[in-house]
Design a protein around this ligand. Structure first.
Ligand code: COS
Length: 384
């Protein structure tokens, strides 16, 4: 749903300009230093990028899902590491509180996330539990009006920057599956939290992940999201439904950028006395990429509109994540291929993007988990 086309156009124009004039010229610096310059972070805050999806009542821009994916298409036309910094505040770092939190929890945390004053992170994955998230082992044991959290969370995006975590922990040890899990809002400065070393990743330099370790970390009982035990896994799944749609939109934007670069290269690069873009085998790669991007873009927009319409989009979000992330991988591969030897060299963005986009097929649920969600939902619907 688009609330006001004119206001949205102004926002999309300013994002487009910011990406083109500020972010693209800094891509290589961020890749080399593994840091986003603070001046750029300040500009992201000014533009409202940390609060795109947080309602206006809590200081955000309150974009609808359709507006948010349109913004994500633009934001993603540069290194995905830039988006990652404010991505968790719009997605997995804030949405648990927004979807299932109490009014007090929303008022306490969302305005500071919307402004970018603090970064929110989502702590679900553990050393022994990635895809099988419902079997997580981190515990939260009730002690009077507190809970005591123990366990380790792994590969947590933005953990080194985070001021607050949404932590999924088992409050009922007699239940081994998803129903024994609760979600907590935990401040970074709470005693008993320590961070592991920042992980060395294949790509997306400038975006950071690390372990988050809880050792007898005491949190007030009031920090349980929604005030009720046993709801945490469902909260996490609802958060991921939206997150998967957002990541799908990012896949579309990055793929469009990679295809633009590949097209420009193909039109400039001369072989056998003509630009390689004149060769039909190169044209096939350009055309397949264009068609697949168009398909993914259309899917994402359709699913976003359905979510705005309050439909259950669990299946559609997984369809989008599966198709768009795999499509993005294929476009990255063709882009390297079109660039030939140059595509294998780090002087060209194609090589960097090839590594950066590999993550999209893994995080917020692997392609195989998306297949599983889609098929399970199909069977459930058919059973009636
Ligand atoms: N929205 C609301 N509720 C949901 C839901 C959704 N999208 N998906 C599942 N649930 C509910 C189910 O209805 C079920 O509720 P009941 O017990 O009341 O019936 C409960 O949650 C448990 O669901 P399910 O039985 O499907 O859980 P499983 O353990 O079988 O796991 C998968 C489901 C595998 C899909 C889940 O663990 C998953 O998505 N794993 C990947 C995790 C992931 O994406 N990690 C990435 C790291 S975070 S960046």
């Amino acid at each position: 749903m688009i609330r006001d086309q004119e206001t949205l156009n102004i926002l999309l124009d300013s994002i487009r300009r910011f990406v083109r004039e500020q972010l693209v010229p800094h891509e290589q610096l961020v890749a080399d230093t593994d840091e986003i310059p603070p001046t750029l972070v300040a500009q992201m805050r000014e533009l409202g990028l940390f609060g795109l999806s947080i309602p206006e009542a809590y200081g955000g821009l309150g974009l609808t899902m359709e507006e948010e994916v349109l913004a994500a298409f633009e934001i993603a036309r540069t290194s995905p590491a830039f988006r990652s910094l404010f991505g968790t505040n719009n997605g997995i770092g804030s949405q648990g509180i927004l979807i299932d939190g109490t009014e007090e929890q929303k008022n306490a945390w969302l305005p500071r996330m919307a402004s970018g004053e603090i970064v929110g992170a989502f702590a679900l994955t553990e050393p022994g539990h990635g895809s099988d998230a419902g079997a997580l082992e981190t515990t939260a044991v009730r002690d009077g009006d507190h809970y005591i959290i123990n366990g380790t969370k792994r590969y947590i995006t933005n953990a080194p920057e985070a001021g607050v975590f949404t932590v999924m922990a088992r409050t009922d040890s007699s239940r081994k599956g998803p129903s024994g899990v609760s979600a907590f809002i935990v401040e970074r400065d709470t005693p008993g939290i320590s961070l592991g070393k920042t992980d060395k990743k294949m790509g997306q330099r400038g975006a950071h992940t690390c372990d988050v370790i809880f050792e007898n970390c005491r949190v007030p009982a009031a920090s349980i999201i929604g005030g009720k035990e046993g709801q945490g896994f469902k909260t996490a799944m609802k958060v991921l439904d939206k997150g998967r749609l957002h990541i799908s939109a990012i896949c579309v934007g990055v793929a469009e950028r990679m295809l633009d670069d590949a097209l420009r290269y193909a039109m400039e690069r001369q072989q056998f006395g003509q630009p390689i873009a004149e060769f039909q085998l190169i044209q096939a790669m350009l055309a397949d990429s264009k068609a697949e991007i168009y398909a993914a873009r259309s899917m994402v927009l359709d699913a976003a509109r359905r979510r705005d319409n309050h439909e259950d989009i669990s299946t559609e979000a997984s369809c989008c994540k599966l198709f768009a992330s795999e499509m993005c991988g294929r476009v990255a591969d063709r882009s390297v291929q079109i660039h030939g030897g140059a595509g294998y060299m780090s002087d060209y963005a194609a090589e960097r993007f090839y590594r950066d986009v590999r993550l999209f097929r893994i995080y917020e649920g692997t392609s195989q988990i998306q297949q599983l969600v889609i098929a399970r939902n199909m069977i459930k619907a058919a059973e009636g």
